[in-house]
Design a protein around this ligand. Structure first.
Ligand SMILES: Cc1ncc(C[n+]2csc(CCOP(=O)(O)OP(=O)(O)O)c2C)c(N)n1
Ligand SMILES: [Mg+2]
Length: 531
C-alpha cells in the first residue's frame, strides 16, 4: 500500500484521467506487459475480456458509437495490436472514438529487444488518428487525456504505447500537459458562401444522405431541407449508417455503387447535394463520368478528408446538421410533388419457399422500428435494406469499409451501451467466423443480442463475383460448419431454423433480456443479387 504522503503512481493518475473522460470500462485481451496495470483494479473500473483482439476492438467500437464517448481499449504489444489492425481500420472509417493503450516491454531494457518487445509505432499504419509514444513515464496520463480529446474531435481511434514499468513510476506534480476539459460549442453558421445561391439556381436538386448524418438532429434538419426543396433523397451506397428516415415519402432507396447505375438513378437532376458523406462511394468501377454530364455537386461534411477528396463544385466543411439547418432557412420553398416510392409489402413476402426475404420480414414484424440492425450479410444486404427500412437514428450499422468480423462484436458493444433497444446482428455464415469468439463475451457478460446467421454454407457473394468472371473459384463451400455448435461451445445458446414456422416460434419464445441467442437460419443462395 502506498502511504498517503507519497505522490500517486502513474497508474493511479491514469485512472483519474480515465474517470474524467468517462472511460471506466476497459475492453481488453491482455498479456504480461499489461499485468502491472490491471491487477487489483479499483472497484469503479470495469474490465471486459474478449478472446481475440479483433473482437476486443469491435465490441469497443460498438460501445463507443452508441455512447458517443471515448472508449478505453488495452492491447498486448505486437501480437495484440497486429491482430487488431483490421478492426482499428474499421473503427477509423466507422468514426468510433477509441483510446487504445498498447502495452510495451520494460523501458529499462527495450534497447536490447527483450522477449515481447514490439515495433509498435507504424504497425497500424495511418489508420489511427494519432500514435503517441510518451517520452517519459511522467507523460503517460496526459498522453491518454490528449488521446481522448483527439478521439472525440477526430472521431476515430488513437494509440498510446506504454512500457510496462511506467505504471509504477510516481507522478511528478508539474507534469500536467493535456486540457482537463475540451469544450466544442455547437454553432449554426450564418455565412454559407455560395451554397444558398447554388441551390436556389437549381431546377431539380437531389440529395444523398450519408452515414455521418445519422443523428436525431441530422435527420430532422435534412427532412426539413428535402421537404422545402421537394427533393428526392437517396442513401449513400454501402453506408455504415442511415442518414435519413427510410419510411419518408421523399426517400428513394440506396444509391447504386457504380457510375452507370448512378446515372440512371440521378437522371433529370441538375444539382447533387451530398450530406454527411463524400461524393460518391463506389464499389465496382464503371468507365463513365462519376455523375451525369452538367450536374453540379455540393458536399456538406465535417470530415476534412471527405471534403477535400470529393470531386465537387463546392465542399462545405462543418457539422452537417448545423449547416443544413441554416441552409433551409436561406433557400426558397419549391412547389413540387413527387410520387411516393413504391415500397415492398413485407406481408407479400411470407409464404412460398423459406428464404432470406421471409426472415427479414419476420424480424421486422417482431422487433419493429426501434431495433438496431447490425448488418454483415453480403449477398442479402440489398434485400435486408429494402425490407427493413431504418426508421430511427442508429437503426442500422455496418462496417464502413467492408472488412468482415465487425457486426458480431459491434452488436455486443452497442447492446452493452443501449440495453433498452433490441439489437439484432444479421450475419452471413462466412462473416460470422471472423469474430466468432466474441459470442463468449456476450454470454459471459449476459449481453442480450440476437444473432441471426444466414447459413447458406458458402461465400455466396464471392461465388457470384467468380461467375461474373466466367471462371471457377478455387474456394470450396463449407456446409459442414455448424455455427450453432460453435456458439454453444462459447456458452451462447443456439437454435437451427429450417422453416418459417420454426422461426416464428423461436422469435415468439425469445426472451429479449435473457442473454444472447444465436439463430442459425438455413437459407438457399439468393437467385437475384448483384454484388
Ligand atoms: C476480413 C475479410 N476477409 C475477407 C473478405 C472478403 N469477403 C467479402 S464477402 C466474403 C464472403 C462472405 O460470406 P458470407 O458471410 O457467408 O455471406 P454470403 O456471401 O454467403 O451472403 C468474403 C470472404 C472481407 N470482406 N473481409
Ligand atoms: Mg454464406
Amino acid at each position: 500500500m502506498r502511504s498517503t504522503t507519497m505522490p500517486p503512481s502513474i497508474r493511479e493518475a491514469t485512472f483519474e484521467v480515465m474517470r474524467r473522460h468517462g472511460m471506466t470500462t476497459i475492453f481488453s485481451n491482455p498479456g504480461s506487459t499489461e499485468v502491472s496495470f490491471l491487477v487489483d483494479l479499483p472497484d469503479d473500473i470495469h474490465f471486459v475480456l474478449a478472446l481475440h483482439e479483433g473482437s476486443v476492438v469491435g465490441i469497443a467500437s460498438g460501445y463507443a458509437i452508441a455512447r458517443r464517448e471515448p472508449t478505453f481499449v488495452l492491447l498486448h504489444t505486437t501480437a495484440g495490436l497486429g491482430n487488431a489492425v483490421g478492426a482499428i481500420a474499421t473503427a477509423r472509417v466507422n468514426h468510433a472514438p477509441l483510446v487504445i493503450v498498447v502495452g510495451q516491454q520494460d523501458r529499462r531494457h527495450l534497447a536490447l529487444q527483450p522477449f515481447l518487445a514490439g515495433e509498435l509505432e507504424g504497425l497500424a499504419g495511418t489508420y489511427p488518428l494519432d500514435v503517441i509514444s510518451p517520452v517519459r513515464a511522467q507523460d503517460v496520463p496526459s498522453a491518454i487525456g490528449r488521446a481522448a480529446h483527439t478521439a472525440m474531435t477526430g472521431q476515430g481511434p488513437v494509440l498510446v504505447i506504454v512500457p510496462m514499468d511506467d505504471w509504477e513510476a510516481t507522478v511528478d506534480p508539474g507534469a500536467r500537459a493535456s486540457a482537463e476539459t475540451l469544450f466544442q460549442p455547437e454553432t449554426t453558421p450564418t455565412d454559407l458562401g455560395e451554397l444558398p445561391d447554388l441551390i436556389a439556381a437549381s431546377e431539380s436538386p437531389v440529395i444523398v444522405a450519408g452515414s455521418a448524418n445519422d443523428s436525431e438532429d441530422g435527420w430532422v434538419t435534412l427532412v426539413g431541407l428535402a421537404e422545402r426543396l421537394g427533393a428526392p433523397v437517396w442513401q449513400e451506397a454501402f453506408g455504415s449508417r442511415a442518414g435519413f428516415p427510410q419510411d419518408h415519402r421523399l426517400y428513394r432507396g440506396q444509391l447504386p455503387a457504380d457510375r452507370t447505375r448512378v446515372h440512371q438513378a440521378l437522371a433529370g437532376h441538375d444539382l447533387l447535394v451530398v450530406v454527411g458523406a463524400a461524393a460518391l462511394r463506389q464499389y465496382t468501377y464503371a468507365d463513365d463520368l462519376l455523375v451525369p454530364e452538367g450536374m453540379r455537386v455540393v458536399v456538406i461534411t465535417a470530415d476534412h478528408e471527405e471534403a477535400r477528396r470529393s470531386p465537387a463544385d463546392l465542399s462545405v466543411l462543418g457539422d452537417p446538421a448545423g449547416i443544413v439547418r441554416a441552409l433551409a432557412s436561406q433557400v426558397p420553398r419549391r412547389n413540387v410533388t413527387l410520387p411516393d416510392r413504391l415500397l415492398r409489402n413485407p406481408a407479400g413476402l411470407e409464404g412460398g419457399a423459406f428464404r432470406a426475404a421471409q426472415v427479414f420480414a419476420q424480424l421486422d414484424r417482431v422487433f419493429g422500428p426501434d431495433a438496431i440492425i447490425v448488418e454483415e450479410s453480403p449477398s442479402t444486404r440489398p434485400l435486408l435494406e429494402d425490407i427493413i427500412p431504418t426508421r430511427r437514428p442508429l437503426g442500422f450499422l455496418s462496417a464502413a469499409m467492408g472488412g468482415l468480423g465487425f457486426a458480431m462484436p459491434a452488436a455486443i458493444g452497442l447492446k452493452m451501451a443501449l440495453p433498452d433497444r433490441p439489437v439484432i446482428a444479421v450475419v452471413g455464415d462466412g462473416s460470422s467466423l471472423y469474430a466468432i469468439q466474441s459470442l463468449w463475451t456476450a454470454a459471459h457478460q449476459g449481453v442480450s443480442v440476437l444473432f441471426v446467421v444466414m447459413a447458406n454454407g458458402r461465400y455466396a457473394v464471392m461465388d457470384r463475383l467468380a461467375d461474373r468472371q466466367q471462371g471457377k473459384p478455387p474456394w470450396p463451400a463449407f456446409p459442414e460448419v455448424s455455427i450453432g455448435g460453435l456458439a454453444r461451445s462459447f456458452g451462447c445458446p443456439a437454435q437451427r431454423i429450417e422453416d418459417a414456422a420454426a422461426l416464428e416460434k423461436s422469435l415468439h419464445e425469445l426472451e429479449l433480456s435473457a442473454g444472447p441467442m444465436l439463430l442459425e437460419v438455413v437459407v438457399p443462395v439468393e437467385e437475384n443479387f448483384a454484388p
